[in-house]
Design a protein around this ligand. Structure first.
Ligand code: ZN
Length: 452
């Protein structure tokens, strides 16, 4: 049966055509969920989130938020497995060029610099290029960040008197972080636990990851709230049989941090080692150099410094300014500074990671959103991470109103052409966007089965 055009742009499949160093990036579709049009069969419908994600392996799907096309994570993993990120940059450049349009703004800028570098030094490694960019990038980044700090400082003059002191102290520390100046910081258990848990999740060796998780777990116990309190033996069961010299929470904490640091050293994970050694220095009252993080900055500003003002005009104003801080996704210099010590493999992955297709719950799980396809959408990893469990209509405010429709045009097009979903499923997905996102989706191009 003939497929009729539905008046939306023709989608090209991702088939690298230029300078292809090998066939591996042209990953074959291994699943059999796609069938020819005119022969829709219930068996062929996408049933699992995994199959839904795989849709972006074969077809261009635009993120409903940022409207950027996404890249299938399996493809990125395959590139990594094949050593593409740690080989000569010319191979990297040739392989990524066909996917350039998926790259986020900052990532694309970095990629362009790498591509230029590859013309001069095709055999260089990714990490070499990033290191060569560092001295210029750090200066530009600091200038940008200082400007935003200045704006915040101006607005902070209207803060209530009782908050001014702690805000200034907070900004002094952040300023030292920004310029890499050694300074004293109090150890904060919550911050440490949060950061180390996040880093631990990215440990690739399963056994080590589990050992580190076991080490972190006791830190949630109430005994650790006061570092001078005595630690009951049971809390350390499974961590150490030897009695610790210092039987207080602080003694146990030092032991735990020291043990995690050893794993970090074994793994060659500088991020883990740095976090642990800084934490020990903080406990000792020694000066530390802590890298500035815009995410952490905005989080601390909203959740701690301005907590009591939440929702007030000055709160909104200050958070809006803080959100202008460049991130490694939006800004080239920020990416370079953040990854200056990373190995080539990490750099390659980080350039593509924000664009990877992920599944997101239209109504968040934390709001009792269900695990069915009708409540799911594909979204790029950057947006999925940024939105977290924020209500969809709030997150959608950040983006042009027509973006969700562009995403649905993709879904509708392939549903009509390849019967990937029952039309009712798409209808319900659109309805979820209406209920949760307050965005009306036009599904009039969707053809019902009966019409075929
Ligand atoms: Zn996106």
């Amino acid at each position: 049966m003939q497929v009729t055009r539905v008046g939306i742009p023709v989608h090209n499949t991702y088939t690298p055509t230029v300078n292809k160093p090998s066939q591996i990036y042209n990953a074959p579709v291994t699943h059999d969920i796609f069938i020819k049009s005119g022969n829709p069969s219930f068996e062929a419908y996408i049933k699992t989130p995994m199959e839904f994600k795989q849709l972006s392996q074969k077809h261009v799907i635009h993120c409903p938020y940022c409207r950027k096309p996404m890249i299938y994570g399996g493809l990125v993993a395959e590139m990594q497995r094949n050593g593409l990120f740690s080989g000569p940059i010319i191979d990297f450049v040739n392989a990524i060029t066909p996917y350039k349009k998926v790259l986020k703004k900052g990532n694309k800028q970095v990629f362009s610099t790498i591509a230029r570098y590859a013309q001069k030094e095709p055999q260089a490694e990714l990490s070499t290029v990033i290191q060569s960019m560092y001295s210029t990038s750090i200066k530009k980044l600091q200038r940008q960040q200082s400007k935003i700090f200045g704006e915040l400082f101006e607005v902070s003059k209207d803060l209530p008197d009782n908050l001014t002191g702690s805000f200034r102290a907070f900004m002094r520390i952040q300023h030292k972080r920004l310029y890499g100046i050694p300074h004293q910081e109090k150890f904060n258990l919550k911050t440490f636990t949060y950061k180390i848990s996040k880093l631990a999740k990215s440990i690739s060796d399963k056994k080590t990851r589990e050992s580190v998780r076991i080490l972190i777990k006791p830190l949630m116990e109430p005994e650790f709230k006061d570092l001078t309190s005595a630690i009951p033996k049971e809390i350390l069961a499974g961590i150490t049989d030897k009695p610790l010299k210092d039987k207080t929470a602080e003694g146990a904490l030092r032991y735990i941090i020291g043990s995690i640091q050893k794993y970090g050293t074994q793994l060659g994970r500088k991020d883990i080692v740095d976090l642990c050694s800084n934490s020990i220095k903080m406990l000792n009252g020694e000066a530390v150099i802590v890298p500035f993080s815009n995410k952490e900055f905005t989080h601390d500003l909203a959740r701690h410094q301005l907590k009591t003002l939440k929702g007030s005009p000055i709160y909104v104003k200050m958070i809006k300014i803080a959100n202008k801080l460049p991130s490694s996704v939006s800004d080239k210099n920020s990416f370079v500074v953040k990854n200056r010590k990373a190995n080539s493999e990490t750099i390659g992955y980080k350039l593509l990671e924000p664009s990877i297709t992920t599944i997101e719950h239209i109504k968040p799980s934390s709001e009792k959103g269900v695990d069915t396809l009708e409540n799911m959408a594909l979204a790029c990893k950057a947006d999925n991470n940024e939105r977290q469990s924020l209500r969809q209509y709030l997150y959608l405010r950040k983006w042009p109103k027509r973006n969700p429709q562009i995403y649905f045009n993709d879904i509708i097009y392939w549903t009509n052409k390849e019967a990937i979903f029952h039309p009712d499923t798409v209808e319900q997905m659109a309805n979820s966007f209406w209920e949760q996102g307050k965005i009306k989706i036009d599904t009039s191009k969707l053809r019902g089965l009966s019409e075929k």
